[in-house]
Design a protein around this ligand. Structure first.
Ligand code: NAG
Ligand code: NAG
Length: 209
């Protein structure tokens, strides 16, 4: 069963949340990004949570995103992104003038220097609730982030220089319909649960910084 493919066709609703850790919910402010010294501070880190719209390679090598034809345009081989090339995360990082943050599953084995640009906790195929992708729901991703902070990888000053980005595009609904065979009658109640859980998650992320 190819539930991932279904998700991109059936569910086109992409919910992307941005916020600065140290202010109220807000879109990225060009002035902050440029760090002109008079207002805000430089935004040098990205922390990403959610699904394939943000994941730059957290899923393990057995997952389809690591196989042809993913990545054929850029860089020519699969990178674990659900794209033929770069994704939103990469463009946002580029706009901020930083490298795309390492997927946390790769950070352990690669050079630790790129930790300076933040870390990517997003996993393709995941939702706020558990899905067919056994890689961790959004709560698990947030807990991983908390663990890094508890271990001293990031301090408060660094969090102040960060943007958190959250994507929850529809994997919960694919799980509901295609895997759990949920009914249309109960769909609205399920959607309400997804939104409530997403709100809890967003509040939790906000609280961290
Ligand atoms: C997320 O995953 C964890 C670990 O498997 C689980 O304990 C928790 O209940 C899940 N949370 C949600 C909201 O589904
Ligand atoms: C890789 O990820 C898939 C999808 O979550 C999972 O089913 C599988 O057990 C994982 N394999 C390994 C070796 O971790």
């Amino acid at each position: 069963m190819d539930t991932q493919k279904n998700s991109s066709f059936i569910f086109s609703v992409l919910v992307l949340f941005f916020f600065l850790f140290d202010s109220t919910f807000s879109l990225i402010d060009q002035a902050d990004v440029q760090n002109d010294g008079s207002q805000g501070h430089s935004l040098s880190k990205l922390f990403l949570f959610g699904d394939s719209y943000l994941d730059t390679g957290n899923n393990n090598l057995t997952v389809r995103c690591w196989k042809f034809p993913y990545g054929i345009a850029v860089p020519g081989v699969p990178t674990g992104r659900y794209s033929d090339g770069l994704i939103f995360t990469d463009f946002l990082a580029s706009f901020m003038g930083i490298d795309s943050p390492l997927p946390y599953t790769q950070w352990i084995i690669l050079s630790k220097s790129r930790v300076t640009f933040g870390m990517n906790f997003a996993h393709g195929g995941t939702g706020v609730f558990d899905t067919w992708m056994k890689e961790g729901n959004m709560t698990t991703q947030i807990n991983s982030f908390k663990q890094y902070i508890a271990n001293g990888v990031y301090n408060q000053r660094e969090l102040d220089e960060s943007i958190a980005v959250v994507s929850n595009a529809g994997n919960d609904y694919t799980q509901y319909y295609a895997v759990d065979r949920g009914t249309h009658e109960e769909y609205q109640a399920f959607a309400a649960k997804v939104i409530d859980q997403l709100e809890l998650n967003l509040r939790e992320i906000k609280k961290i910084g």
